[in-house]
Design a protein around this ligand. Sequence first.
Ligand code: DGY
Length: 326
Amino acid sequence: MTGTFDVYVTRRLPEPGMSMLAAHARVEVNPHDRPLTRAELLQAVRGRDGLVTLLTDPIDAQVMEAAGPRLRVISNYAVGFNNIDVAEATRRGVLVCNTPGVLTETTADLAWALIMAVARRIVEADAFMRSGRYEAMGGWSPTLLLGSDVHGKTLGIVGFGRIGEAVARRARGFDMRILYHDVRRRAADEERRLGAEYRELDDLLRESDFVTLHVDLNASTRHLIDARTLALMKPTAYLINTSRGPVVDEAALVAALRERRIAGAGLDVFEDEPRMAPGLAELSNVVVLPHIASASTETRARMAEMAAANLIAALSGQRPAHVVNP
Ligand code: DGY
């Protein structure tokens, strides 16, 4: 099939993704080390049979129209696909694919890194040490950088899919009580097996010491955490977000953190990424990361392999393993 199909990749992927694609199609890649501008994207997709896209590329009707009638598949290099108008793709007979499963454990690891970092003030402590203040104060102190215990506390998981479950598995090692909220309540024997108790969202927020978000972004989850729901959390509780930024009303979160209505937050995603809401960067009770939940060398390589395999299958007339069209 080499050379028969034209494929555009909006950002160079790790190997083996690029080699797999090149073995099956004529491939062109964004030459820049930055996302394409809208105008560049509209130009780049013209006449392509397949696109490999990123979560930073808004793929809507205009982009599909610009690609033209040959477009058969959009393979997103992410498990999330809120950047793609799937209904429009379906209407045009274009397959949309994603990369589920391979990033589950890596993302759960990072949610845990954020839990530990905010609770034990790791980033503040590192800055304190590097600034020479520890030496200047003469060393160990009974009250220096006191944080919160994690073990034995209550963890509230909002969105109990693959990643939520992987976070719960880790929490069992910390002897935590695990609460979950999801649109789909698990059967009683599954809840027992997972050691997790179901709660309505408001109750979960009231009872949890750590609230971690693992929902998809859609109309019902946009601003799921806003001023009202933040007000339900304990003043000693922490919010962790490794899902999508707009699940949290970031202005409301900044206000809650500033006024210490909650104890802290660990954020890997932002409402208007890559920007942060005004005031967030000045707060010491928040740890902020540049959307790196899946960023291990191994996982990014597996995601690239899966994105390439999805695209190749679709262009070969087979059903890709991971299609999100209904
Ligand atoms: C995803 O896959 O949706 C993550 O946000 C990036 O890996």
